[in-house]
Design a protein around this ligand. Structure first.
Ligand SMILES: Cc1ncc(C[n+]2csc(CCOP(=O)(O)OP(=O)(O)O)c2C)c(N)n1
Ligand SMILES: [Mg+2]
Length: 649
């Protein structure tokens, strides 16, 4: 038997104090968490989630609705009228914030949630962060089906919110309270990652939203998400330097990534040193101011003659922050030099590899700076003076065409759409912001607009979604410095699709400036329809011909008064009948500090317009067999155009 040890065992160490917790519902915890998230880039710090937009119904009224009222001033709430429009507003906000700050949108279950789908797709296509918080059916499913629940018969765990998966950059469903912790962290990571961002959806079953849980207090600690500036790989950079120095006819195409990265100075420095001309996509317009000697305007189907000629002859095309949509490549027909090569600077490998390009994966600003430095270190490079003289002359010629499109010989005439754009162009300074997305205006603006500052030209052409403009203007006004005039330009078709957020602008006392261009229908699609042999079918807002109203839409214009409609929603409305009226109305609207609408009729689609036609093709397939002569002729033209398609390998 061993001797018993006389010294008693040491007392057990004191149990660690339990980690502090806070008892909150899932919805309360989410709002408390969101209020403490920040972003940081270049030493600038921003609140990540600026506000929560919402429309309440069952699925969020008792969860997030109760949490927002309890949060008080910690989280701003904005009341919307339509869920899709709330996402558009949040997208406008995110773009104007340089993707350093975002807004959230909460909805009820069912129709409220599925109304998000279009907005989510728009956000994800344009790589803009929005946080979507749709209510979802009960996780515990005590009484299936609840009101507005679609039962997928073959899958008990599917709800209509699953429709948001393919349009979201990240999707999660919080079916247990504690699952909020990883879901919320993943959501913030994706929102703030320049390569991944888009619509982030956290579907929140309505019972779970109201359930309480003891949250670790550190979940609510302030967290800062650094928005990274990815540096390029040295070998990819060395290849890029060699390619640029070897190019004789280079063209740079600037996309939205230049803007998101705030790479305008780096781009100007690169252009100044190399003399390489800079064309722009819709999202990139403004990357250089219009009067910079290297700026040659829009590229592609809605591009300038100057940029498109350069594109056809280019031996090296440098894409910066572009997704290379068909409008920019003229549906794979634009870059026609047999030896053309591509160099893509992009924050995602996905886009950097498009067109079989040499990728230079990285942040646009960091990569452009590295490329400029690399070229200098290798002995410098500048385009031939004759090349620079050639595009300078092209730029002058195009400016003359812009002047012609804007010119008005008769001040008392009904304005053309070109003159509407021209009247606004004559009025604005670098402070004004012009928003548009669909119809015939995006093409006219891409060809004609003189972008004076990086963020002046706000045309959403990734999804080109009718109805983006008015709500987006609200988001832009929220993010822009106060006093900047923000203009939403809409056609009559677009106005009719989504005017409801006018009420929100009125409620928020935002001096929205709305220009409604009335041409009695879908002029853009009418023109497209003519060109593809469909004879404008179904595109005019006119009465049906024939005694029993069964014929084609060729009768009188509909007696619809959109100006009166805007006034009824709370706007001050200025009707402009002539070019002179228009100038006066736009000037008055610019000064106004309340929501003001300028309503202008530009006549019917056959109004002669001096806006230059498309300088490059766009692929819209035409009927291969048809009885009507217009369609047969259109198909012949189509076949000859599509023979120029090219797969870059
Ligand atoms: C939500 C949505 N539906 C349909 C379209 C297809 N589309 C593009 S332009 C357009 C017509 C737009 O009409 P309007 O706003 O009056 O402009 P206009 O063509 O007359 O200039 C349509 C239907 C779209 N872009 N977005
Ligand atoms: Mg129209």
């Amino acid at each position: 038997m061993p001797e018993p040890d006389p010294t008693p065992p040491p007392p057990p160490p004191p149990a660690p104090a339990p980690a502090p917790t806070r008892r909150l519902t899932v919805a309360q915890a989410l709002i408390a968490f969101l209020a403490r998230q920040f972003t940081e880039r270049d030493g600038e710090r921003h609140r990540l989630i600026d506000a929560v937009w919402g429309i309440f119904g069952h699925g969020n009224v008792a969860g997030l609705g109760q949490a927002l009222v309890e949060a008080g001033g910690a989280m701003r709430y904005v009341q919307g009228r339509n869920e899709q429009a709330m996402v558009h507003a949040a997208v406008g906000y995110a773009r104007q914030s340089g993707r350093l700050s975002a807004q959230a949108v909460t909805t009820s279950i069912g129709p409220g949630a599925t109304n998000l789908v279009t907005g989510a797709a728009l956000a994800t296509i344009n790589r803009l962060p929005v946080l979507l918080l749709p209510g979802d059916t009960f996780a515990t499913r005590p009484a299936d089906p609840v009101l507005q629940q679609l039962e997928a018969r073959a899958a008990g765990d599917v709800s209509v919110n699953d429709a948001l998966r393919p349009v979201s950059a990240y999707f999660d469903r919080v079916t247990r309270p504690e699952a909020l912790i990883p879901a919320a962290l993943a959501a913030m990571r994706v929102l703030t990652d320049p390569a991944e961002t888009g619509a982030v959806t956290l579907a929140l079953p309505q019972d779970v939203q109201a359930e309480a849980y003891d949250w670790p207090a550190e979940f609510f600690a302030e967290r800062t998400w650094r928005v990274r500036r990815q540096a390029p790989d040295p070998d990819e950079l060395a290849d890029a330097v060699r390619l640029v120095r070897a190019a004789r006819r280079p063209l740079l195409v600037a996309g939205g990534g230049v803007r998101h990265s705030r790479a305008e100075s780096a781009l100007a420095a690169f252009a100044d040193v190399t003399g390489i001309p800079v064309a722009t996509t819709q999202a990139g317009k403004g990357a250089l101011p219009y009067d910079h000697p290297c700026e040659v305007g829009g590229v592609g189907h809605t591009g300038t003659a100057t940029a498109d000629e350069l594109a056809r002859a280019a031996d090296l095309v440098i894409g910066v922050g572009t997704r290379w949509s068909d409008f920019s490549t003229a549906s794979a027909t634009l870059f026609s030099d047999p030896a053309v090569r591509f160099l893509n600077i992009n924050v995602t490998g996905f886009d950097a590899h498009k067109l079989a390009a040499h990728p230079l994966v990285g942040d646009a600003r960091t990569a452009l700076e590295a490329l400029t430095d690399g070229i200098a270190a290798a002995g410098g490079h500048r385009v031939d003076p004759s090349y620079a003289a050639g595009y300078a002359e092209g730029k002058r010629r195009w400016e003359a065409r812009v002047d012609a499109a804007f010119a008005a010989d008769d001040d008392l005439a009904v304005p053309t759409q070109g003159q509407v754009v021209g009247a606004l162009d004559a009025l604005v300074t670098a402070d004004d912001i012009v928003i548009n997305a669909a119809g015939s205006l995006p093409g006219d603006l891409h060809k004609l607009w003189r972008a004076r500052s990086l963020d002046q030209y706000h045309v959403e052409y990734g999804y080109s979604c009718m109805g983006y403009e008015i709500p987006a203007a609200i988001g832009v006004m929220t993010a822009a410095s106060p006093g900047r005039p923000v203009w939403a330009l809409v056609g009559d078709g677009t106005y009719l699709m989504n005017p409801t957020e006018i009420v929100t602008a009125v409620q928020q006392r935002l001096p929205l400036k709305l220009v409604v261009v009335q041409n009695h229908g879908y002029a853009s699609i009418g023109g497209l329809s003519e060109s593809v042999g469909a004879e404008g079918f179904g595109t005019a807002y006119r009465f049906r011909a024939g005694a029993r109203a069964e014929g084609a839409f060729t009768g009188d214009p509909l007696p619809v008064d959109l100006a009166a409609n805007a006034a009824s929603l709370g706007m001050r409305v200025l009707r402009a009948k002539t070019v002179r009226d228009l100038r006066e109305a736009l000037a008055a609207a610019r000064e106004a500090d309340t929501p003001t609408c300028v309503y202008v009729e530009t006549g019917t689609a056959d109004t002669v317009s001096a806006v230059p036609p498309a300088q490059a093709w766009w692929d819209v397939p035409v009927a291969e067999t048809a009885g009507r002569p217009a369609a047969v002729r259109a198909r012949e033209a189509y076949d000859s155009n599509r023979a120029n398609r090219r797969r870059h390998l």
